[in-house]
Write a protein that binds this ligand. Structure first.
Ligand SMILES: *[C@@H]1O[C@H](CO)[C@@H](O)[C@H](O)[C@H]1NC(C)=O
Ligand SMILES: *[C@@H]1O[C@H](CO)[C@@H](O)[C@H](O)[C@H]1NC(C)=O
Ligand SMILES: *[C@@H]1O[C@H](CO)[C@@H](O)[C@H](O)[C@H]1NC(C)=O
Ligand SMILES: *[C@@H]1O[C@H](CO)[C@@H](O)[C@H](O)[C@H]1NC(C)=O
Ligand SMILES: *[C@@H]1O[C@H](CO)[C@@H](O)[C@H](O)[C@H]1NC(C)=O
Ligand SMILES: *[C@@H]1O[C@H](CO)[C@@H](O)[C@H](O)[C@H]1NC(C)=O
Ligand SMILES: *[C@@H]1O[C@H](CO)[C@@H](O)[C@H](O)[C@H]1NC(C)=O
Length: 347
């Protein structure tokens, strides 16, 4: 007779070998021009995460005094302005949140606190992102006068930004449609005093929806050929004049310094940007990560590449995934469970 215990005494090995049947050769994305391959994955599901422990993200705590803030107010980034607010029901993708309001990771910008505007920022622990497709699900501030940003950073002359100014979707008149500022900080913008607006690497396309009314997917794909930007999977713009070439980390923040030329504000009420997920398919500058890729994909095999389509989607349920194979593990488990059920039932 078929023996369950006998067959599955080697369970961990079976698990590992099943895992290695997915995505070992990486992730492909769908840019407008050419096929791009990335080796690794980093995902966060903030709809189901009770806190940032083990997420790979670090809440930031620092002040930028008014004298350095390039605006009439200083900025006060505190960890207490980063608030996890998961769904009450861990088994659903919508519904009430634990703290009320929109579920996800909240980044609060608050009313003026004696010349300093309370703000929020998180940054990834890892600094090895070297090319990738970076995606975030988020709902922007409903209150006029803040800047919410999703960006990749190496240094002041190598930076890729998607910046949302709430004043651009709170016009004094006209419909509440949105806009997003797409920016590469480059040697040219640094020379212009951190002002990219006169360089080729700056663009403010309008969006076909108000960004403060619902979650949307914002994305940039960075390869040696340039940086392409998207909203809800729809191509917005490409920049290829001063493409960054060094590894860096990801940052999300929400702030105001009262600068009428940029953030506007300060906000008249406390206001949050809410993040539902992060999904990144990327190449790592870390030799250990590169060696791990060569080991799990010694010969390139297109059948072992997972295709990552654009558009809005859920992050892998409940997963905090970093590095290789994490999504593969989840898929691998399903296959193992199905295979076990099938074998068990027919025997
Ligand atoms: C974070 O959440 C996990 C459950 O996922 C829990 O075990 C842990 O104690 C929490 N940590 C903090 C600091 O609250
Ligand atoms: C999320 O994962 C948990 C644990 O694996 C599972 O029980 C639940 O059904 C999943 N929820 C959704 C919405 O897929
Ligand atoms: C940014 O980094 C690049 C590459 O490491 C370097 O060449 C450049 O000088 C740096 N720029 C600044 C402003 O530090
Ligand atoms: C990422 O790394 C893989 C494996 O080395 C390589 O084939 C691919 O071209 C790299 N992608 C980019 C955009 O450089
Ligand atoms: C940059 O993009 C433009 C427009 O897509 C294209 O015509 C040009 O060849 C690209 N330049 C480089 C250096 O890739
Ligand atoms: C938002 O603030 C800007 C100034 O930063 C102002 O011009 C605009 O009228 C405000 N919009 C609304 C709807 O109050
Ligand atoms: C997220 O997953 C749930 C359950 O599978 C599905 O109903 C929902 O449409 C998904 N949301 C998106 C934006 O894909």
């Amino acid at each position: 007779m078929w023996s369950f215990t006998k067959a599955f005494g080697i369970w961990p090995c079976l698990f590992i070998s099943t895992v290695s049947a997915f995505c070992e050769c990486g992730y492909s994305v769908d840019p407008p021009t050419s096929f791009v391959l990335f080796t690794d994955l980093f995902e966060n599901d903030f709809l189901h995460s009770p806190n940032l422990t083990g997420s790979g993200w670090i809440p930031q705590q620092y002040n930028v005094e008014q004298s350095d803030s390039r605006g009439p107010y200083g900025k006060q980034f505190t960890t207490s302005n980063v608030v996890s607010n998961p769904l009450k029901d861990p088994y659903s993708w919508a519904g009430d949140s634990v703290l009320g309001g929109d579920a996800g990771l909240q980044l609060w910008a608050r009313k003026d606190n004696d010349g300093m505007i309370p703000a929020a920022e998180i940054a990834t622990e890892r600094t090895d992102f070297l090319y990738g497709s970076f995606r975030v699900g988020m709902k922007m501030s409903k209150v006029n006068g803040t800047c919410g940003a999703f960006f990749w950073f190496h240094n002041d002359s190598q930076e890729i930004d998607m910046e949302f100014l709430s004043k651009q979707f709170h016009p004094p008149s006209g419909p509440n449609t949105g806009a997003v500022n797409l920016v590469l900080q480059t040697p040219a913008s640094l020379q212009a005093g951190y002002d990219a607006s006169g360089t080729p690497d700056f663009s403010t396309p309008s969006l076909p929806f108000p960004p403060d009314a619902a979650y949307h997917d914002y994305r940039f794909d960075w390869s040696p050929d340039g940086v392409a930007f998207y909203a809800d999977g729809a191509f917005l713009h490409v920049m290829n004049v001063s493409t960054p070439t060094s590894p860096g980390h990801l940052v999300l923040n929400h702030w105001s310094n009262g600068d009428p030329a940029w953030s506007g504000g300060p906000p008249e009420q406390d206001t949050a940007v809410t993040v539902s997920y992060i999904k990144a398919y990327f190449n790592s500058s870390d030799p250990a990560m590169q060696a791990a890729y060569r080991k799990r994909c010694p010969t390139y095999d297109a059948k072992r590449v997972c295709e990552m389509l654009g558009g809005v989607g859920n992050a892998t349920n409940g997963t905090v995934a970093h590095g290789e194979g994490a999504r593969a593990c989840v898929k691998g488990w399903f296959v193992v469970v199905l295979a076990v059920l099938a074998v068990y039932c027919i025997s």
